[in-house]
Design a protein around this ligand. Structure first.
Ligand SMILES: *[C@@H]1O[C@H](CO)[C@@H](O)[C@H](O)[C@H]1NC(C)=O
Ligand SMILES: *[C@@H]1O[C@H](CO)[C@@H](O)[C@H](O)[C@H]1NC(C)=O
Ligand SMILES: *[C@@H]1O[C@H](CO)[C@@H](O)[C@H](O)[C@H]1NC(C)=O
Ligand SMILES: *[C@@H]1O[C@H](CO)[C@@H](O)[C@H](O)[C@H]1NC(C)=O
Length: 483
């Protein structure tokens, strides 16, 4: 009898280990859509599947994206932009409507979208927002939770709040504390999360620490060991990620939630637009991070307990993101805007190295450049205008196109604008200073892009291409021979 009991205990133990193992850190990605060259949702969803990525975090509830995720078994976190927090916090009908149109419409219809989380706001506590969103967060959560209950979704969908790392601070991890202006709100937030068994979501960016502070030891940002470990009593920190993470753990403990599960909502490294933003560094950081987290070593304050999930930032480059934080903002993708892997990375999800997007339909191989035979002394207004709407971030100091000279600069700006205008002929005019070329003007690492069309099927593109050839033949009089 005793042995029998022991066997049961053992079996329960095994089952629990299996369950816990299943819940161990999983790698997901952030799928942002602030791009002038958006791939179709079908193409991106296929890219996710090819790479066996089964968790995505979105920043809104875009119908095209969510419809693309129907029936895929990809677990989704949808987002509510900060601008919506005010109305949702003050109006129950607004919260109900958001849940109805942006959640039930996908979760409770067939084929459904596997939405697990709603991110209520995005970094609403960022100090640069000067507090304009923070008072709405908890009231919005309470209204939305009631809406979830009414829609029968409270057991499947959890509310979370992706938090910027500047919500807490300290010189040593063990001294971590939330900003004093946030202590009360964060305590209410964490209590809410705790009562709904939801995790604390935080965005951690060692790149920004390095970018913002010339004294920051570079090797401490990566995972290959450092000459500048942080000694915190008995604990030694060899990388900024662990140090930051444990600062949060200490801050949570200080308000009474030492066991709060943590999800990394965003983490990554950009590849362009700043010194220190390059392919080698991005690969080293992301691969180091993945290996480190999946080793399940945890951190000194949470040994053996890695974060629940980690969402890399990001899936694709987004050339419409604000450059206020820096030109690197448009270059966080592990894939370029058109779904091509920028560097090799093993996501440890079983697909080996990164697989490129398939069937991407590009605009024709044409570029707009500065007309070499024209005097370009009067071009500066065109340059400014083009770069004010199209992306020229790689031209700046630290960017991959920074060394291409004055004429190169102008050509780059013209092309960026021309591709953004879907190669409309008139968009390469620039008062006669622009000219279309069929030779790729890219120089070295500096890539002059060709835009993509986001028609869902590449075959329709091929079809129109065929018709164009026939029309050309008709106009050149060779139709008779062809027929
Ligand atoms: C759904 O969310 C989007 C933003 O993500 C918003 O524009 C739209 O108004 C929302 N729908 C409702 C019904 O609130
Ligand atoms: C890439 O960035 C890292 C730091 O982030 C720097 O150490 C390295 O020199 C850079 N490599 C190149 C080729 O610029
Ligand atoms: C090219 O443009 C960038 C961005 O405006 C500027 O920083 C750089 O100095 C320019 N290069 C030349 C040679 O004018
Ligand atoms: C691509 O998709 C977006 C969003 O669905 C849409 O606004 C845009 O007009 C589409 N077309 C092109 C060519 O980008």
């Amino acid at each position: 009898m005793k042995n029998w009991k022991e066997l049961v205990v053992l079996l329960i133990g095994i089952v629990m280990v299996v369950l816990v193992k299943k819940g161990e850190a999983a790698i997901g990605v952030n799928w942002g859509t602030l791009s002038q060259h958006r791939l179709s949702a079908t193409t991106v969803v296929d890219l996710l599947k090819q790479n066996k990525i089964s968790k995505v975090k979105l920043f809104d509830a875009d119908p095209e994206v969510l419809n693309g995720l129907r029936g895929t078994h990809i677990q989704v976190m949808v987002g509510i932009p900060n601008e919506f927090l005010s109305i949702i916090s003050s109006s129950i009908p607004a919260a109900d409507s958001w849940v109805h149109h942006n959640l039930s419409a996908y979760v409770s219809t067939n084929p459904s979208v596997d939405i697990r989380y709603v991110a209520v706001g995005n970094e609403p506590f960022l100090s640069s927002y000067s507090g304009q969103f923070q008072s709405y967060v908890v009231p919005a959560l309470l209204n939305l939770q009631q809406s979830l209950v009414k829609s029968n979704l409270a057991s499947t969908v959890k509310l979370v709040v992706p938090c910027n790392a500047d919500a807490y601070e300290s010189s040593l991890p063990s001294q971590g504390a939330f900003r004093s202006d946030l202590t009360q709100i964060i305590t209410q937030l964490v209590s809410f999360l705790n009562s709904n068994a939801a995790p604390f979501v935080v965005n951690i960016y060692p790149f920004l620490s390095l970018y913002g502070n010339s004294d920051f030891p570079q090797d401490y940002a990566f995972f290959a060991g450092t000459n500048h470990p942080v000694i915190d009593g008995p604990n030694v920190y060899y990388n900024a990620f662990d140090g930051n993470y444990d600062t949060l753990v200490a801050a949570l403990s200080r308000i009474g939630y030492a066991q709060m599960p943590i999800v990394i909502g965003e983490v990554g490294w950009p590849t362009d637009g700043a010194i220190g933003a390059n392919l080698t560094a991005a690969r080293a950081f992301n691969q180091g991070l993945i290996n480190h987290v999946l080793s399940n070593k945890g951190t000194p304050l949470r040994p053996g307990v890695p974060p629940l999930d980690i969402y890399l930032f990001g899936l694709l480059d987004e050339d419409s993101k604000s450059t206020l934080p820096g030109n690197f903002e448009r270059h966080w993708g592990i894939f370029s805007f058109d779904g091509q892997a920028k560097y090799q990375l093993n996501l440890a999800l079983g697909s080996g190295s990164l697989k490129n997007a398939k069937d991407v339909s590009y605009l024709p191989s044409r570029w707009c450049i500065a007309n070499p035979s024209k005097d370009l002394s009067s071009v500066s207004n065109h340059f400014k205008l083009a770069c004010s709407v199209a992306d020229c971030t790689t031209l700046n100091y630290g960017g991959s196109c920074n060394g291409i000279g004055v004429k190169g600069n102008i050509s780059f700006a013209f092309n960026s604008y021309y591709q953004m205008q879907k190669q409309n002929v008139r968009s390469c005019d620039f008062d006669g200073l622009g000219v279309v070329t069929f030779l790729d003007p890219s120089v070295g690492e500096c890539r002059f892009l060709v835009g993509v069309t986001n028609s869902t099927t590449s075959s329709s593109h091929g079809f129109s291409g065929k018709w164009m050839i026939i029309w050309t033949l008709i106009f050149s009089g060779s139709i008779v021979i062809l027929l």
